[in-house]
Design a protein around this ligand. Structure first.
Ligand code: GLY
Length: 313
């Protein structure tokens, strides 16, 4: 079998706040280091799905991002995380919704790939974690606790409800993480994980665990970030992938879909790649925190603040 040049793109959220260069540099260092580590796995012959899981674990473990450790708190002061995984060749979607007290929600999504029940919500997801003897883990960070208390003192009038992870020195917050990979056998996988929107109602379900926010086929894969409700209204990830399946190039599918979102004033970002190895990204938000490896170079979108709705390489 002929082998292909692997491709990889990851994201650490979308933002409308750009006030912290030091914070941006910290995020860049983290994204580049994760891209380097995960790309090496693909070079070593790892499957797209295993590389995606590893990338999601690394992003979940980094408290800078709103997923796993460092997740935002919901309206009742609790953390509930969601993650999903999709394998493109078999078109298999799996995920967990609003799970608590685990370190890596993406691990549960991975386990569910081969189960007959593949999407579990709160109680079922927690029960699965106990069944698998996954150790109890508290993903709360001091920053997130203080952030929630400040919001509570302010009668929840503040900005925490935005979707952002944090940098220590400012309120610049960026959230939701995602990974899309093409492996040397030409298989595509996509994974997305989040702590949610922050301050949401108990029981609110994130786009990150719907085909709207995370989708892959043999043709293409997409992971989204941004306001979940906007992403669901556009069914963004599935829309881009299906357009590629219907014959549009990935850059054209991204451009067309982002233009529609822009017109309807949606707030979101997305990363994608296709079976031929084209990498693409897009946003209606001000910033998209994404980094990629195209086989020869590592690049990122951190200071990409043009009026353009999408880019590709
Ligand atoms: N995009 C993450 C969320 O809205 O939950």
């Amino acid at each position: 079998m002929t082998t292909r040049q692997p491709k990889l793109i990851i994201h650490g959220g979308a933002s409308s706040l750009v006030d912290d260069k030091g914070g941006l540099q910290k995020v860049r260092t983290s994204l580049h280091s994760i891209v380097t580590e995960v790309y090496q796995l693909l070079i070593d012959g790892e499957t797209a799905i295993d590389a995606v899981v590893k990338g999601c674990q690394l992003l979940e473990n980094d408290p800078s991002f709103n997923a796993g450790t460092g997740s935002v708190l919901q309206s009742d002061g609790q953390i509930r995380m969601s993650a999903s995984l999709m394998e493109g060749l078999t078109q298999t979607f799996s995920g967990v919704i609003n799970v608590s007290r685990v370190k890596n929600p993406i691990d549960l999504a991975k386990y569910l790939q081969t189960e007959s029940d593949r999407i579990l919500s709160d109680l079922g997801a927690i029960e699965l974690a106990r069944e698998l003897q996954i150790p109890i883990y508290n993903p709360l960070t001091e920053f997130r606790a203080r952030e929630w208390i400040a919001e509570w003192k302010d009668d929840f009038q503040g900005k925490m409800g935005r979707l952002f992870a944090h940098t220590e020195s400012s309120e610049a917050r960026r959230g939701t993480i995602g990974v899309v990979a093409l492996d040397s056998q030409g298989r595509i996988a996509a994974g997305t994980s989040t702590g949610g929107k922050g301050l949401e109602r108990i029981g609110r379900v994130s786009d990150s665990v719907m085909p709207a926010g995370n989708y892959a086929t043999a043709d293409a894969g997409v992971s989204c970030t941004g306001i979940g409700e906007d992403i669901v209204n556009e069914c963004f990830a599935a829309r881009v992938v299906i357009r590629v399946g219907d014959g549009l190039s990935l850059p054209n599918a991204m451009q067309k879909s982002m233009a529609e979102c822009h017109k309807r004033e949606r707030d979101l970002g997305a990363i994608a790649l296709d079976h031929s190895g084209v990498i693409s990204w897009g946003k209606t938000s001000e910033i998209l925190l994404a980094a990629y490896h195209n086989g020869s170079t590592i690049g990122d979108t951190l200071e990409w603040q043009t009026e353009e709705l999408m880019g590709f390489c």
